[in-house]
Design a protein around this ligand. Structure first.
Ligand code: ATP
Length: 434
């Protein structure tokens, strides 16, 4: 399949099958904002759950947080976002196109080759007003990252949770960036969701923890079922490093439009806590009881994009295959994140099959997201489930009525095997377990 074709095919499948729609589509759409439909919202929830589980459920040293999107405007001055969260922007004098300066590598307009203006700094933060008066003093920002909500809550989380450094705080939430050149479907959006974990460590242990989190995060993408050969690290050179960072790696995926960042892992030193402490006069250092040492923790940040991960699993899992002279489109999503875990079909709508199928459906739906389908030929029902990534289809047929078994058809191999109805919940549980 031609590489540029994949994005077109995926965005059309995403719309047709209810994964992703353009925001406000009937009004002509709002650029770089997207809505998740019935399949998309399940997939997204499952990805977030997969992350949350790995960060909080399976670890004793990480606590969860859900901070407000709107924060005190001084937070963004202290963090450096008001002054530095900018991209250089250029305008084309001929076609009036607007680009990030780094997209116009030749120094001419990437669209029409026209002459460009001098680069101007453009701040990516969205502003709004708090309270009824639209005046300067009432300006607040829509957060451009979730991390600051974690830093300002460092002590609030530390004290009641009785954690000791090293420990981390995890948060999933919306972030907003007025990107100059959004695009590539949901790759670069203006409203998106981040999954961030900030790990607080002793300054002398920063390199050890940085290395550990770098490896852990790569493992997470492997567990998500993404092909290993499509993932790599990209180390930031001195010219790429953010002003606050001592070291940084991106985890990149090979998208149809090239290798691009999926997640950033940064050693942010004591920059954040020191700055917030200076700005507020609040003591944000940590006292280590056993060593009687007081220090400002270093922060190891792992910052992932939920929407970008979702796009990646769609791209990575999308296959077209020739089966009996027909093209089968299939989404090979890992079972733990698939929107439906299984579908249940009565082979035909008579002879007591719908009754048995409904009974199985009612029993399984308490534990798993299951789809019941009794319309059209069974082959078409399989195809529809393949396209939304349902890993298993259970079919009730005439044999079921005699021996209480059903067929389980696996999405990837299309192999069918027979199993006792009483064993289905256990089999599914094992297959979809994280
Ligand atoms: P870029 O250089 O591509 O603008 P960044 O380095 O600014 O990205 P970070 O600030 O490190 O990105 O954000 C962490 C993660 O959040 C990214 O790896 C990505 O997965 C996600 N992310 C950032 N910006 C966007 C966006 N506009 N749309 C969707 N996801 C995004």
């Amino acid at each position: 399949m031609a590489e540029n074709n994949v994005m077109d095919k995926l965005s059309s499948l995403a719309k047709r099958r209810g994964f992703i729609f353009q925001s406000s589509e009937i009004y002509g759409g709002l650029n770089a904002c997207w809505d998740y439909g019935p399949m998309g919202v399940e997939l997204k929830r499952n990805i977030k759950e997969f992350w949350w589980r790995s960060m909080t459920l399976l670890r004793d040293d990480i606590e969860g947080l859900d901070a407000a999107i709107l924060m005190h405007p001084k937070v963004w001055e202290t963090s450096g976002h008001v002054a530095h969260f900018t991209d250089p922007m250029v305008d084309c004098k001929k076609c009036k196109g607007r680009f990030r300066a780094d997209e116009a590598v030749s120094g001419r307009c990437p669209k029409c080759g026209g002459e460009l203006t001098e680069a101007r700094q453009f701040n990516l933060m969205f502003k709004t007003f708090m309270g009824p008066v639209e005046e300067e003093a009432a300006i607040v920002y829509l957060r451009p990252e979730t991390a600051q909500g974690i830093y300002v809550n460092f002590l609030n989380v530390l004290v009641p949770s009785r954690q000791k450094v090293p420990f981390g705080i995890a948060q999933i939430g919306k972030a907003f960036r007025n990107e100059i050149s959004p695009g590539n479907f949901i790759f670069r959006m203006r409203e998106f969701e981040q999954m961030e974990m900030q790990f607080f460590v002793h300054p002398k242990e920063d390199e050890k923890w940085f290395e550990l989190w770098r490896q852990e995060r790569m493992k997470w993408y492997h567990q998500l079922g993404i092909r290993k050969e499509k993932l790599r690290f990209h180390q930031h050179g001195p010219e790429e490093l953010a002003h606050y960072a001592k070291a940084a790696y991106d985890i990149q995926y090979e998208f149809p439009f090239g290798w691009q960042e999926l997640e950033g892992i940064h050693n942010r030193t004591d920059f954040d806590l020191s700055r917030h402490s200076q700005a507020t006069g609040k003591e944000l250092s940590y006292f280590d009881e056993p060593t009687k040492e007081r220090f400002i923790p270093y922060i190891i940040e792992t910052s992932a994009g939920c929407d970008r991960t979702l796009l990646t699993v769609l791209i990575d899992g999308y296959y077209e295959e020739e089966v009996k002279g027909e093209t089968r489109s299939v989404l090979r999503l890992a079972p733990p994140i698939a929107p439906f875990k299984a579908a249940i079909f009565p082979l035909v709508n008579r002879d007591g099959m719908p009754e048995v199928a409904t009974k199985i459906y009612d029993a399984l739906r308490k534990k798993f997201k299951i789809f019941y389908d009794d319309k059209s030929a069974v082959g078409r029902r399989y195809r529809r489930m393949d396209e939304v990534g349902t890993p298993f289809c259970l079919t009730v047929d005439s044999q079921t009525l005699q021996d209480e078994t059903v067929t389980i058809r696996e999405r990837d191999t299309m192999q069918q095997t027979r199993h006792k109805i009483s064993e289905l919940a256990g089999i599914l549980q094992k297959k979809v377990e994280i």
